[in-house]
Design a binder for this molecule. Structure first.
Ligand code: GMT
Length: 378
């Protein structure tokens, strides 16, 4: 198939899923064309089947807000026609699904019928999409997509609850490459970070309010009072300065390392004992899946789709949002040497359910279905 992928090219989960999906499809022999405003962060490999098309927005004094959606729709029209694409897969409803709708209408006037698949990732529904400024467009463009997928049952249900959706929404969860995210031997690294074999807790996120990084630090501070431990924080974002200040106030700076945006997260996960995800909202929790794939159990909230991944009492524990003391007790239970090996093994077993090899064929099937239905209409 010749597939066009539209996504946010940043480090966010939706962009990561879109990019890893495109790379996996290219390895399977499909021709994949990324259409975005800059090179996706993980599109860092050469493959003869991978193409990248940049959306350029001309600047003009009248444009207080550059009309990205129009430039994107025009680029989609151009690439679909020139590269003879079979299907367009847009990740994140705003503004990708509505730009795809416009591109589809323009292409129809040129005798081309291109099916559009929209994948909902979370904040496009649970935060931004619900805002009255966007809601009518989100509802319309989801309903106009040929196929709609969501990354968890929870997100599917929330979408039906908040929007007047007439389409069937198929759940295709996030996935992980078990080859990339596997526990590697990094003893020298572990020795450097925890020289006295302190337990290692890890959190990775974009440091936004929804991630509740403050809870990560509060949980760690309490765990540290009971057992020798260290905290590694991967990622960056608006809440980071506040978190650094909090660490100073709690006098725990010597045991907390802010590592910033790292490419090789799997190296940090390889030395971790526990992953913390106290999010307020989380449609799936890709970062937790990547940790589990590296044999790291998870202490999380029960927000959104997290309980569909992190099985309470098996791969870690789930607690109500903000239940810091409960998460501390559960973290200590998991970190106990009598329990830790069992939780680590269970985390890996669970991650195998989301093996990239199992999930990518679900997208291929969805593309084929949309293409067949489009052909049947001719
Ligand atoms: O988590 C973020 O803030 C980034 C966000 C995004 O939109 O890129 O991630 C969302 O999509 C990921 C991939 O499907 C999911 O694993 C994350 O759970 C989801 N984040 C939220 O729902 C907050």
């Amino acid at each position: 198939m010749r597939i066009g992928i539209v996504c946010y090219p940043t480090f966010g989960g939706s962009g990561v899923v879109a990019t890893e999906l495109g790379k996996a499809l290219a390895l399977k022999g499909h021709q994949v064309h990324f259409i975005t405003y800059s090179q996706p962060a993980r599109l860092d490999v050469f493959n003869e089947n991978l193409f990248y098309h940049e959306v350029y927005i001309p600047s003009y004094p009248l444009f207080q807000y550059p009309p990205y959606e129009l430039a994107l729709a025009s680029k989609m029209v151009d690439i679909v026609r020139f590269e003879k694409l079979d299907v367009l897969h847009v990740h994140y409803a705003i503004p990708h699904a509505s730009a795809a709708f416009m591109a589809k209408q323009i292409l129809r006037t040129k005798g081309i019928n291109i099916p559009v698949i929209t994948t909902l990732h979370g904040t496009d529904i649970t935060l931004v999409g619900k805002d009255a400024s966007f809601e009518p467009v989100v509802t319309f463009s989801i309903n106009q997509s040929d196929e709609v997928t969501a990354v968890s049952d929870s997100l599917r249900e929330e979408t039906y609850d908040y929007f007047q959706i007439e389409k069937d929404i198929q759940v295709i969860p996030n996935f992980v490459s078990l080859d990339k995210f596997k526990r590697q031997k990094k003893e020298h690294f572990r020795m450097a970070i925890s020289p006295n074999n302190e337990k290692l807790l890890v959190h990775t996120s974009n440091f936004r309010a929804v991630k509740r990084v403050e809870d990560v630090i509060q949980i760690f501070a309490k765990v540290r009072q009971r057992i020798p431990s260290k905290l590694l924080l991967v990622g960056d974002g608006p809440d980071r300065p506040k978190m650094e200040k909090l660490c100073r106030e709690l006098h725990i700076c010597n045991d907390v390392r802010f590592l910033g945006k790292l490419d090789a997260v799997e190296e940090v996960l390889s030395i971790a004992d526990l992953f913390l995800m106290p999010s307020e909202k989380e449609s799936f929790g890709l970062a937790a899946l990547e940790a589990m794939s590296c044999e790291v159990p998870v202490i999380s909230t029960n927000a959104g789709g997290i309980p569909e991944l992190n099985i309470d009492g098996v791969t870690g524990f789930v607690s109500p949002i903000g239940a810091i003391d409960e998460m501390v007790e559960k973290a200590l239970f998991v970190l106990d040497d009598a329990n830790l090996p069992r939780f680590k093994a269970n985390a890996l077993e669970r991650a195998k359910d989301f093996d990239i090899e199992k999930i990518v064929p679900l997208y291929e099937k969805t593309y084929q279905k949309a293409i067949n239905e489009q052909l049947a209409l001719l």
